[in-house]
Design a protein around this ligand. Sequence first.
Ligand code: HEM
Length: 178
Amino acid sequence: MCEIDQKLPRAVEVACPVDSLEQTLTCTIACIQEIFRINPAFTMTLTRKVTAQREMTIDGHFVPSGTTIFSSNHVMHHDPAIWGPTHDVYDPDRFLGPNAESCKRNLAPFSMVHRMCIGRNMAMINILKVVTTVLKCSKLESTNPKEKMRTVSVGNSEKEGPLVVRVRRRNLTGKPGA
Ligand code: HEM
């Protein structure tokens, strides 16, 4: 919140302009990356078929031609060998600290290499514009702050049950009572 208040223009009548938002809002980006890590939007497996030219040995296991293999974002993003024992804890600082580069390399919410999501830049721009505009203009409060958030996989990662929030418009004019 502080970062958005300090670094973006005060009065927001339309959505915040996107120019250099990614460079300016490093904390906000780290929060988004950590959300993508802990609850990847895509939880369905991404399958590939091994071709005769690309037979390979993975971790000592020979994978013959014709085999269908897949990776799971959730498994990758919760591997204690990469993320440590706190892989289940929401901690955006991992994307800002000394291991940030390694964390970013192991984050794959849009998949990787030649079949990765072609809409990733459009998605990021939209997420940034919506998140910054909503947080700049409104104060959101859970009606049940003690509620434990649990997500379930339905192909996408979805919150279990409803999320009821109270939304208040923020005073952006600087004038009391406005
Ligand atoms: C948060 C939003 C999004 C997420 C998390 C996401 C994630 C993904 C993932 C994981 C894949 C599978 C890649 C693979 O099989 O390796 C994919 C594919 C794809 N995405 Fe997205 N996506 C998002 C938004 C979008 C948007 C906004 C568009 C279009 C404007 C888009 C268009 C596509 C297309 C066309 C593919 C198929 C690419 C191919 O098979 O070559 N996505 N996306």
